[in-house]
Design a protein around this ligand. Structure first.
Ligand code: NAD
Ligand code: WQD
Length: 340
């Protein structure tokens, strides 16, 4: 049985990926410092899969503990989710973001070299494209100056990986540039748990429907889009998780075509904020209270993925319909709020 280290594995995307890895037959070791998640997510993973993953609670910016982990477990591949991810917070606390997101990666790469772990999947983001000149955006689109320190950590991390691979025989990596991950596991045993007031659209939608928020503010209705609201590529988190399992297997089976491969993970279809609201209402039968307000600073107008490279190379498509995805987000919100 091959062992995959899932950093940030009690977090939103990491927990869904841990489930898919276990169900595919990998042994999973999770490291998380619980800075943005809770330990009982391990129970959720166990309740879905029947297998309890190994869980080590520590900060990956602790180099000694990271090295000790690799000494203890024989790690075949890493999926590196652990990072701070709040765009606005990164503007106020840039050093915390650079420290956390960059040092954790450096120590993992050092551990790979020292302990002979060949393969790493890195969580990157469509934020590296900023507002692309051409849509849908391909992996070859120019990387523009990052719009936030958070976005910059993703750009820098990709460069660190590329330089390390160039200098080191036998290491390989896949960077996955996620578009907008949404939804929860169909069991509603795991899902997204934002701390405080959600910044992202879908958690705000579900919390508004649950009565925790009075109304959803739609940021900007004067964009150059068909209905005036901003467009994103919303991808179901379970579809996203499956692409990680394929990426790990691709490297461990030596199917990768280059040492460093980069893939967009999206659906290839853009949806406006109003389309999300209407799809949510249709999927759940809930009416949403919303109002159109001014644009949110730093937001781009529209972005969606060209997914052909991932579709062809990984043999993977994100094909869960949007309404079904939003229904899972609502089922999860109802579960955690005890709503029938
Ligand atoms: P999340 O916050 O739910 O999960 C990240 C986990 O990492 C958390 O459980 C947190 O406690 C842990 N963590 C953070 N720093 C750590 C450290 N130094 N040591 C140990 N654990 C640490 O976030 P998510 O939405 O699951 O995102 C996972 C990854 O995907 C991140 O790298 C994020 O930047 C990237 N990403 C997310 C999105 C999105 O919209 N959710 C989009 C693109 C990329
Ligand atoms: C989506 C759309 C908002 C909340 C962010 C990061 C990005 C990536 C994904 C990590 C936008 C609108 C939102 C609300 C609204 N993360 N909106 N009312 O901005 O595409 O991307 O998360 O890498 O880096 O920037 O996602 O969910 O915040 O917003 O109208 O209350 O919903 O303006 O058009 P975004 P989001």
């Amino acid at each position: 049985m091959q062992t995959v280290l899932v950093t940030g594995g009690t977090g939103y995307i990491g927990s869904h990926t841990a489930v898919e890895l276990i169900e595919t037959g990998y042994k999973v070791v999770i490291v998380d410092n619980l800075s943005n998640s809770q330990a009982d997510v391990i129970d959720g993973i166990e309740s879905i899969t029947g297998v309890r993953p190994a869980f080590e609670q520590f900060d990956l910016c602790d180099r000694e503990k990271t090295m000790a982990l690799f000494k203890h477990y024989k790690i075949d591949a890493i999926i590196h989710f652990a990072a701070h991810k709040a765009v606005g917070e990164s503007v106020d606390k840039p050093l915390e973001y650079y420290h956390n997101n960059i040092n954790s990666l450096i120590y993992l790469l050092e551990a790979m070299k020292k302990y002979g772990t060949s393969s790493i999947v890195f969580s990157s983001s469509c934020t590296v494209y900023g507002q692309p000149d051409q849509l849908p955006v391909t992996e070859n689109a120019p990387i523009k100056k990052a719009l936030s320190p958070y976005g910059n950590t993703k750009q820098i991390a990709e460069e660190i990986i590329e330089d390390t691979l160039h200098a080191t025989q036998g290491l390989k990596a896949i960077a996955l540039r996620y578009f907008n991950p949404v939804g929860a596991h169909p069991s509603a045993a795991i899902g997204e748990l934002p701390l405080g007031v959600p910044q992202n659209l879908v958690p705000f939608v579900t919390q508004t429907a649950a009565g925790l928020r009075e109304k959803l503010r739609v940021f900007g209705s004067d964009y150059n889009t068909p209905d005036g609201t901003a467009i994103r590529d919303y991808i179901y988190v379970v579809d996203l998780a499956k692409a990680h399992v394929i990426s790990v297997k691709r490297m461990l089976d030596n199917q990768n075509k280059k040492d460093f491969e980069i893939f967009n993970l999206g659906t290839g279809t853009g949806s406006s904020v109003l389309e999300i609201i209407h799809a949510f209402e249709k999927a759940t039968g809930k009416k949403l209270n919303y109002e159109l307000v001014a644009r949110r600073e730093g937001d781009i107008e529209k972005v969606w993925a060209d997914t052909r490279y991932a579709n062809n190379e990984l043999g993977w498509t994100a094909d869960t319909p949007l309404e079904q995805t939003l229904a899972t987000a609502w089922a999860w919100e109802k579960k955690i709020r005890n709503i029938n």
